[in-house]
Design a protein around this ligand. Structure first.
Ligand SMILES: [Zn+2]
Length: 334
């Protein structure tokens, strides 16, 4: 144990006491793409006592360029990212608890998923879920570290409830640049550096270090520029005033198109559990069905539907949210 962490224990910022503290910490990583895989591998190697990794998606070939935990075998085995991450990381460090959860983080489950966490790390591709993380962090006083990356640049900021500005102080409304990894691309050094900074901030926050990053740090790896932007708390920020608009959520079937893919995710509040046996029985006469324990794939009319045990589905080969909703209602439920 001591030997495993000896190189960071020698480092004065951590030390024996710090290492012990890390060993008793619980961190939740939301999103296991490029940022998430970097953060997960850093924290597991650094000996965080419990790491929970949550992701809703499975692995594709275009992920391998930057999502360091995954390999071709994972794709052949059709593994969801959270499952593959857990499997790989358990081989790296068997002395801690590592938990991969395949789920879409939304207002119905976020409180349960982060319950008891000392810190939340975020490597998401959308602002809606980030605002949700911001709400839950402020409501339960759990610090979190924001990170975002696109093209050759990225940014990060620590959010300590009651102490620093929050994400809605920084950006009151959802940014609508229309830029995604799909349209703007991303080079791998950008998430590598931002993810590394996020995990360093995580360790500092867990250890109560003074030198945490209260600014918005903006880095462009291609231009080689590092900038700090001072962010202030906004008096009228709803989240800082205890109005958690994203956590309160909405009812009804929710759809969202997925970054970097011609695909739409569908979530129905009424369908929270799916029996693959029963569903396969129903769908097999209609189209191609195959499955493993993590998901059921159904092909119909040129669309590919991936259904997860929690009732969530990803409909591929369309970006039309209404169309996806219709297919879900027709074949899965409503
Ligand atoms: Zn705020």
């Amino acid at each position: 144990m001591v030997d495993r962490y000896s190189r960071q224990v020698i480092f004065p910022g951590i030390g024996q006491e710090g290492q012990r503290r890390l060993g008793h910490s619980f961190v939740v990583i939301v999103g296991c793409g490029a940022l998430g895989t970097i953060m997960a591998t850093s924290l597991v190697r650094a000996g965080i006592g419990k790491v929970r990794i949550i992701d809703r998606d499975f692995i594709e070939y275009n992920n391998l360029q930057r999502q360091v935990l995954f390999d071709e075998e994972d794709i052949k085995n059709q593994l969801p990212k959270a499952v593959a991450a857990e499997q790989h990381l358990k081989r790296v460090n068997s002395s801690i608890e590592i938990e991969g959860i395949v789920a879409d983080v939304n207002y119905t489950n976020v409180e349960r998923l982060v319950q008891g966490a000392d810190l939340i790390l975020e490597g998401l591709d959308n602002f809606e879920t980030r605002y949700l993380i911001n709400d839950v962090s402020l409501k339960y006083s759990i610090p979190w570290v924001y990170g975002g990356v696109i093209s050759s640049y990225g940014m990060t900021m620590d959010i300590i409830p009651g102490e620093t500005p929050c994400l809605r102080c920084l950006s009151p409304k959802m940014p609508s640049t229309g830029l995604t990894c799909d349209t703007a691309g991303v080079i791998n050094a950008a998430p590598f550096i931002i993810g590394s900074l996020q995990s360093t901030e995580a360790i500092k926050i867990l250890l109560g270090a003074k030198e945490i990053n209260r600014d918005l740090l903006f880095i462009d790896v291609w231009k080689g520029t590092f900038q700090r932007l001072r962010v202030s708390r906004r008096a009228e920020c709803p989240a800082c005033q205890g109005r958690y608009e994203f956590l309160e959520g909405q009812v009804g079937v929710k759809t969202s198109s997925l970054c970097g893919q011609n695909a739409v995710q569908v979530i129905s509040p009424k369908v929270t559990e799916v029996s693959f046996d029963k569903l396969a029985q129903r769908l097999e006469p209609l189209g191609e069905v195959n499955r493993n324990e993590f998901m059921l794939r159904f092909v119909i009319d040129g669309y590919e539907m991936f259904v997860f045990p929690d009732g969530r589905a990803i409909v591929k080969n369309t970006s039309d949210e209404l169309r996806a909703k219709g297919l879900y209602a027709k074949y899965i439920g409503s």
